[in-house]
Design a protein around this ligand. Structure first.
Ligand code: 3H9
Length: 686
């Protein structure tokens, strides 16, 4: 039964129970609608408490239903029916009241919550606007400014903040339902507040809407939903309730079927599926209560900070006292800057630092549950670290390498207990970036692999399993992107045009700006190593830049020139001359933004298809998550594989064939062809 009613004297308690998150699927809407009718008709009932079973209040509309046509009873009608109820309804919130769930709560006369609860309208994150009155009722309760902030960012508000602004009427510390029933009894004796539909909106200042439109457009970078949500809020402030509701509904229905909404739903489900790979179902991870990080460089300290953020005690190991001192002060720097930005309080930062133990002695690692090695990318150095770790650590401790392009198999060769070893590829800065590539070696035990996923959950990261290959999933695709970006320059495009086109596509930075920021030297080193293996990496211009020590911003110039102390990229005559020299004999073309994007994105997709075929990735959606969370691919395009499928694989193959035959991309779209023949990427995985 999705909805249960019990009676505590004259107060009815309606409990909604639709695991896992009480989403408002059709049957739930119907049951709640029927309950509203029944309770209005029952003269013994004076007030109604609406509560939820399980881990949360209503998390929203059932996102799975968005693929199908809407079915009655529609959520706006249910919300309207609850608001119209003759007796006061009190929403009793624990967990999250989100989207349609919060809209139901807004229909109630009162809202009470446990202090740990949160409320919000995250619809824009799904490419839609609230569709059941959220943009019209929230500004009547919270004011226009706060509603604009919540609806256009989708950010939730914790219950104490919501209580301070009157969105929540009371916080309940102990038994939520008992507290809500007591609250109901108290309010019965008093005049009821107006329904939100009957309340006025106070107009914001004259300049408010223009300023809000600018701020929203600057953040949206191509996303449709946030400006459309702002338009709904403006209607709510400027027109009557019914007209604003009709406009909101129309906007919601238009966006629900949009390509962006489909892409964002794909990412929503992909992110959830990634944390629970079916092949590890039933495998119990090793329990992690303490951790160590070897190496106090940028990567190591970021990982240490991420582990401390998850409240794990961390031992930081360096080879000598001076390096250790530098590492510890870098970790402190991370927490200090979090304090400066207002992310954590000073006492929290102090407590995080108190959980860091520093040592140069591996003997201190005898009892840790997890060690993550993050030393310099040098095979011999890493192998030495693992020989030492294998000798001192417990046999049931997990030993992980954070290599980004060395072969984990070789790093762990010959260690005792190889089943406890795996690759964990963090992205820099590791305490910020969400992606974690998890790379099992041949001998890695299933529990150890499952521990990688459990760790990702603890750290709030998106885990993606990757097979062993040069660059795993993300950097392997990046290599193709960089080669394509160079081919564009060889055939007549400029770095500024390529960067602008990719920014226009939705990336935060173009490929050349990104290389200048990160530095060209690491990739140059990787190419050097690849050449010693007999490979022929393609970077004729980057190689020339590195030969002239143009390593990017840090050396005052890379793909662009930089004035001292200024990070603004300026087109460089030196680079133009280098490009002209490298491009001799190449056919030149005119490039517009759309063809630049095709030249970068379709070969990336082609590499993604190869990655799926050789099982470096197990799911196309994992490839999408890697690009979104590690490389800034626009979330609202769903990741490269989703984007290509939505575009039509046949068209992608046609476009790739055309540029390949001109020598402007590596040929071989055989895996794309094979995916198209099978009906898409998901069908490629057997
Ligand atoms: C909306 O409401 C539109 C309305 O304005 C208008 C309509 C007319 N639907 O995240 P978890 C599944 S739009 C269907 O791991 P947690 C999820 O896929 C909606 N399924 O749990 C997963 O399934 P599985 C606005 C949903 O405890 C399982 O539940 N609301 C939905 O870490 C557990 O999810 C939102 O955007 C859903 N709405 O976090 C809220 N939500 O186990 C989205 C979850 O098979 N949800 N599932 O993989 C959340 O933010 C989190 O789930 C929540 C719990 C914070 C609630």
């Amino acid at each position: 039964m999705a909805v249960n009613i019990e009676y505590r004297g004259e107060i009815a308690v309606v409990t909604l129970d639709n695991p896992p998150v009480n989403a408002l699927s059709r049957a739930v809407r119907q049951a709640l609608f029927d309950a509203t009718e029944a309770l209005d008709a029952d003269p013994s009932v004076k007030a109604v408490v609406l509560a939820c079973a399980g881990r949360t209040f209503i998390a929203g509309a059932d996102v799975g239903e968005f693929e199908k046509p809407p079915e009655p009873p529609h959520l706006p009608d249910l919300v309207e029916r609850i608001e119209r109820a003759e007796k006061p309804w009190i929403a009793a919130i624990h967990g999250s009241a989100l989207g349609g769930g919060f809209e139901v709560a807004l229909a109630c006369r009162f809202r009470v919550a446990v202090p740990s609860a949160n409320i919000g309208l995250p619809e824009v994150r799904l490419g839609i606007v609230p569709g059941a009155g959220g943009t019209v009722r929230l500004p009547r309760l919270a004011g226009v400014e706060m509603a604009v902030d919540m609806v256009t960012t989708g950010k939730p508000l914790v219950a104490p903040e919501a209580a301070a602004t009157g969105v929540i009427d009371a916080l309940i510390e102990d038994d939520l339902v008992a507290g809500a029933v007591a609250f109901a009894r108290q309010v019965l004796g008093r005049p009821l507040p107006n329904r939100l539909r009957d309340r006025a909106i106070s107009a914001p200042s004259d300049t408010f809407w223009d300023a809000a439109a600018k701020a929203v457009a600057a953040r949206a970078r191509g996303e449709e939903a946030p400006p459309r949500a702002l338009a709904c809020l403006r209607r709510a402030a400027e027109q009557d309730f019914d007209a604003a509701i009709a406009f909101e509904r129309e906007t919601f229905l238009a966006l629900r079927g949009s390509a962006q909404a489909a892409a964002l739903r794909h990412v929503f489900f992909a992110e959830r599926a990634a944390t629970r790979p079916p092949e590890l179902a039933g495998t119990v991870p090793v329990s992690i209560r303490s951790a160590a990080v070897i190496g106090g460089g940028t990567m190591g300290v970021g990982i240490a900070a991420a582990l401390r953020d998850a409240n794990l005690p961390v031992t930081l190991v360096e080879r000598d006292a001076a390096a250790l001192g530098r590492g510890v002060s870098r970790v402190r720097g991370i927490f200090d800057s979090a304090v400066k930005r207002g992310r954590i309080a000073a006492d929290v930062a102090a407590e995080r630092m108190a959980g860091v133990t520093a040592t140069t002695d591996y003997a201190g690692l005898a009892d840790v549950d997890l060690v993550i090695e993050a030393v310099f990318e040098d095979l011999e150095v890493k192998r030495d670290v693992f020989q030492r770790l294998a000798a001192v650590c417990r046999y049931d401790a997990v030993l992980a390498t954070n290599t980004s392009y060395l072969d984990p198999e070789t790093i762990a060769e010959g260690i005792g207990g190889p089943e406890r070893f795996l690759g964990l590829h963090f992205f820099s800065p590791a305490h910020v970036m969400k992606l974690l590539e998890i790379v099992p070696a041949k001998a890695t035990a299933p529990e150890v692999l499952a521990t990688g996923f459990a760790l990702a959950r603890m750290l709030g990261k998106i885990p993606v399993r990757a097979g062993t290959c040069d660059g795993f999933i993300g950097n392997r695709m990046l290599k193709v992107t960089r080669a394509q970006a160079e081919r564009l320059l060889l055939s007549g495009a400029t770095p500024a045009a390529v960067d602008a086109a990719m920014r226009g596509f939705g990336l935060p930075m173009g490929p050349f700006e990104a290389q200048d920021l990160g530095g060209l030297d690491i990739a140059a080193l990787q190419r050097q190593t690849a050449r010693t293996r007999g490979e022929t990496p393609f970077a004729p211009i980057a190689d020339r830049l590195c030969a002239q020590e143009r390593f990017g911003q840090k050396s005052g110039g890379g793909w662009y020139d930089y004035a001292p102390g200024d990070r603004t990229p300026r087109p460089s005559d030196t680079v133009s001359a280098i490009i002209a020299e490298a491009a001799e004999g190449y056919p030149r073309r005119e490039w517009d933004e759309a063809s630049i994007v095709s030249m970068i994105v379709w070969p990336m997709v082609n590499e993604g298809a190869r990655i799926l075929e050789d099982k470096t990735a197990l799911r196309a959606s994992d490839v999408d998550l890697v690009k979104i969370h590690g490389y800034g691919f626009p979330r609202w395009r769903g990741g490269p594989m989703h984007y290509a499928e939505a575009h039509g694989l046949d068209r992608v193959i046609g476009a790739l064939d055309a540029v390949s035959s001109d020598g402007l991309a590596d040929p071989a779209c055989e895996f794309l062809l094979c995916a198209a023949a099978r009906g898409g990427f998901s069908a490629c995985i057997r």
